[in-house]
Design a protein around this ligand. Sequence first.
Ligand code: ADP
Ligand code: ADP
Length: 226
Amino acid sequence: PDFIKVESARKVYATGRDTVEAVSDVSFSVTRGEFVAILGPSGCGKSTLLMMCAGLESITSGRIGIDSMPMTGPRESIGVMFQDSTLLPWKSVLENILFPVRIMRRPVRDYMDRARSLLAMTGLTGFEHKKPHQLSGGMRQRAAICRALVTDPDILLMDEPFSALDAMTRDEMNEALLGIWDRQPKTALFVTHSIREAVLLADRVLVMTRRPATVVEDLRIPFPRP
Ligand code: ADP
Ligand code: ADP
């Protein structure tokens, strides 16, 4: 039943002579289909934890298993989204969304319907042939959501995906995300320092403390999301 299992995960960065213990001793598990927010102050190790879950950063000690397999590197079944999920500027919105399909060397025509339905869900229909600079910041992040979901990954890992946006656009993005999850719920880890965003989006909220960087609280949101 544990889809994501993090056991005593620790990360120490070595920079020259200095070492930084970015994540101290984090353990938690997530069942399939849960939307879990990881909340905590800036610098507490949230990004590092997420990068280890994505297989993009090595684990100093402890274990992270996803679908009963230890994380040793990036996987096709895991989508990621960052605060600045840069779109390729010389490619159209549609080409950007389909880029992961090309990376995985799969036939683009098999993913065209899915790309178009994601464009519709995020209100980007009609903008597919625009270049990223012709869109607003909010629209670019919506395109980044489409790109992260186009190959239908089992898990979406998001690192403060909307924190560069103004408050109103951010509310719209949260609405867009909830809209997608209503139609096709997925297992998600969502890193944020906004309590409001965590409570709005997540089924569960994990709270990380600054030092030592561990998970202290596991708050289950008992009420249905709006
Ligand atoms: P958060 O996402 O909660 O803001 P981070 O995971 O980015 O926290 O950072 C946790 C700590 O690890 C910070 O003290 C940060 O300076 C340090 N850190 C993050 N990445 C690196 C790195 N690549 N090299 C050295 N130190 C790092
Ligand atoms: P967002 O809230 O996603 O940042 P804006 O508030 O900037 O979007 O834009 C609101 C609406 O205005 C968009 O949904 C879109 O219909 C239209 N729009 C924004 N930028 C452009 C553009 N460069 N070209 C055409 N229409 C645009």
